[in-house]
Write a protein that binds this ligand. Structure first.
Ligand code: NAD
Ligand code: ZN
Ligand code: ZN
Length: 348
């Protein structure tokens, strides 16, 4: 089968002919319906020196996957072939304390395991089939289209996890700021905030199209990123600032904006892997602000995200690309031409 693989560092991925995999004991073979293209893949192509990540090359890209169960190996129970599923992406040991709670994104044995999951060190979904190492990574779908479901596993799950942590401060009357609101994660963050809280949502982006998308999806206000953004957000919040800021860019200026507009006792969560830093001193940030990074989300949270989507509260904005055109999808994302999420459809 044809697979889009990362074959070297500091270079674009390549199409390779690989054997169609067969599921071993405990494993599930998923026929891929759709695989989302994440901005983290662009970081993977361009930002890492050889040896910086614990991944062996080559591996098939695609860490946001949906499809149907095609076959499974010995010992797998409780699954039927033909079952539509999404694939939980960060694969841990399954045995440590975080893992047994479904928090495999923070597995204690990650250093031993090395790869983060399918599409991140192990073969992912930018191919007609992928192996999922355990049935616990599959969340069943009822009536969602796999093309809309695939982005939920990362572009939906990652903001959901961060927003869920901040819910205690997102009371009625509170404000949440989403930086990068027109992107894959950001446009879902806006919808999730509207679905699970009654806070006011302010979207921030550098692109007019991103601001329009954020407004269309429920942001109450949209603010152009840049030197005036801090004052505009202050004005919109009558000087109070925001209870929570979710930064899906993570460069120096966006992190500084977050620190400038967050309120005392608020949450400043950095999810974007832009490589920025935020100096923190006693007087540089309002009192009791929780500054954190978050990585992906948990298995139970993926069930919750799928439930939100199945009842129509959140809907990814997707652009379909046949597998052959996957590099065009990444280029559209890199150049800022993409709205929402690009999804690769192997059999299109
Ligand atoms: P994307 O390219 O789809 O979206 C990025 C958005 O940010 C775009 O709308 C863009 O116009 C906007 N933007 C760019 N610069 C900006 C600026 N200075 N101010 C405001 N907006 C700006 O990317 P994505 O797939 O949504 O990913 C976003 C980031 O999140 C990436 O760095 C990615 O690697 C990271 N990510 C992190 C996790 C995690 O677990 N923490 C998971 C997935 C992705
Ligand atoms: Zn991702
Ligand atoms: Zn573990």
């Amino acid at each position: 089968m044809k697979a889009l693989q990362l074959t070297g560092w500091k270079q674009l991925p390549q199409f390779q002919e690989v054997a169609t995999p067969e599921p071993g004991p405990g494993e599930v073979l998923v026929r891929i319906g759709a695989a989302g293209a994440c901005h983290s893949d662009l970081h993977l192509f361009h930002d890492f020196e050889p040896g910086a990540l614990p991944y062996e090359l080559p591996f098939t890209l695609g860490h946001e996957n949906a499809g149907v169960v095609e076959a499974f190996g010995a010992g797998v129970t409780g699954l039927d072939t033909g079952q539509p599923v999404v694939v939980y992406g960060p694969w841990g040991c399954g045995r440590c304390y975080p893992c047994v709670q479904g928090v495999e994104n923070y597995c204690e044995r990650q250093a031993e395991i090395g790869a983060a999951g399918g599409g991140l060190g192990r073969d992912g979904g930018m191919a007609p089939f992928m192996i999922v190492p355990a049935a616990r990574y599959l969340v069943p779908l009822t009536d969602l289209d796999p093309v809309e479901a695939a982005p939920l596993t990362d572009a939906g799950l990652t903001p959901y996890h961060a927003i869920r942590r901040a819910l205690p401060v997102l009371v009625p009357g509170a404000t949440a700021v989403v930086i990068g609101a027109g992107g894959g994660l950001g446009h879902l963050a806006v919808q999730i905030l509207r679905a699970v809280s009654s806070c006011r949502v302010i979207g921030v982006d550098t692109r007019d199209s991103g601001l329009e998308l954020a407004r269309r999806l429920g942001a109450h206000d949209a603010v152009m990123s840049g030197p005036d953004a801090e004052d505009e957000i202050r004005e919109l919040t009558r000087g109070r600032g925001a209870e929570a800021v979710f930064d899906f860019v993570g460069i120096d200026p966006t992190m500084a904006l977050g620190a400038a507009v967050v309120r005392p006792q608020g949450h400043l969560t950095v999810l974007g892997i832009g490589g920025g830093t935020l100096p923190i001193s006693f007087f540089s940030i309002p009192y009791e602000v929780a500054v954190s990074t978050t990585y992906w989300g948990t298995i139970p949270e993926l069930f919750e995200v799928i439930a939100l989507a199945e009842r129509g509260d959140i809907t990814p904005v997707v652009h379909r690309y046949p597998l052959d055109d996957a590099l065009d999808a990444y280029e559209a994302m890199r150049s800022g031409a993409l709205e929402g999420r690009a999804v690769i459809v192997p059999e299109a």
